[in-house]
Design a protein around this ligand. Sequence first.
Ligand SMILES: C[S@@+](CC[C@H](N)C(=O)[O-])C[C@H]1O[C@@H](n2cnc3c(N)ncnc32)[C@H](O)[C@@H]1O
Length: 283
Amino acid sequence: MTASELSVLRQDRSTTAAANGMNKVEIATGELYGSIWNLMDEEAFATFADAHWNKFRNAGLAQDFLRGRICLDAGCGSGRAVRSMLKDGAAKVYAIDIGDECVRNTRDRNAPWRDRLVVEQGSVLALPFPDDTFDFVHCDGVLHHTRAPFAGFCELVRVAKPGVPIMVGLYGAGGLLNFSIYLARAFRHLIPRSLAERALHLVTSDPVKMYVFLDPFYVPIRKVYRTRDVDAWATRAGVEGLRRLEHHYNYRGIDRLLKDYNSFGRWFRGDGYLTYIGFKHNH
Ligand SMILES: C[S@@+](CC[C@H](N)C(=O)[O-])C[C@H]1O[C@@H](n2cnc3c(N)ncnc32)[C@H](O)[C@@H]1O
């Protein structure tokens, strides 16, 4: 596909998404991530999804916890967490994402389990599900890209059944990594994304590395949080037994540096990546 065909396609998508009531930031966010997931062939996606596999296993839930459960993945992206849930025997997985190509990726990549999967385009800020629906709710790397992260967190809690686990992943604040990212973001308008993509293609064909570089610089909203912020959210939204999960990815090399950076010093990682599990208040 040529650059001008790509730009016409992006324009068409924006028109359709705007007609569905999405704002410009949501459209741009969905489009960025959709184009990132589209870079992955099946082999690259399998490696990416495998790195994610141990996350649910290490969350302190019973080994077969997901078996027979009704699960939600809010902001499903490529569909990797959905794949983990389905492989772990979930009875039904509902997934939503703001990006139409994210929805397509999640659907297509999990086609072997399509009878247990429902994927829809939508926002974590207005989940299209009744209260107390799910046995397990997962939302990783999504809320900090929205205009109202705490409202999104409350939505996750609303749709969870009382007493069930909710897993959330957020960017931590502080450290050299965040400082460098925000410094670079201040100048990103000088380098259009299409140019950055072309330059990256010259040095790597690895879609995960492309993701790791494009995501922090070109995503429209990137918020960061302290551990105390997450504690406050949990208290306000009625989440109990909140616990931070330390290690959940198996990335190697440069991927480890940028995506599994919690093992680096605070000078570099600040509060690190914040993955939490907590339980909806059981009234
Ligand atoms: C960093 S990716 C994480 C994807 C996935 N959760 C994972 O861990 O692989 C963020 C995803 O959130 C989606 N997203 C951003 N804002 C959203 C919103 N308001 N509602 C639903 N999804 C959203 C993006 O389109 C993108 O696919």
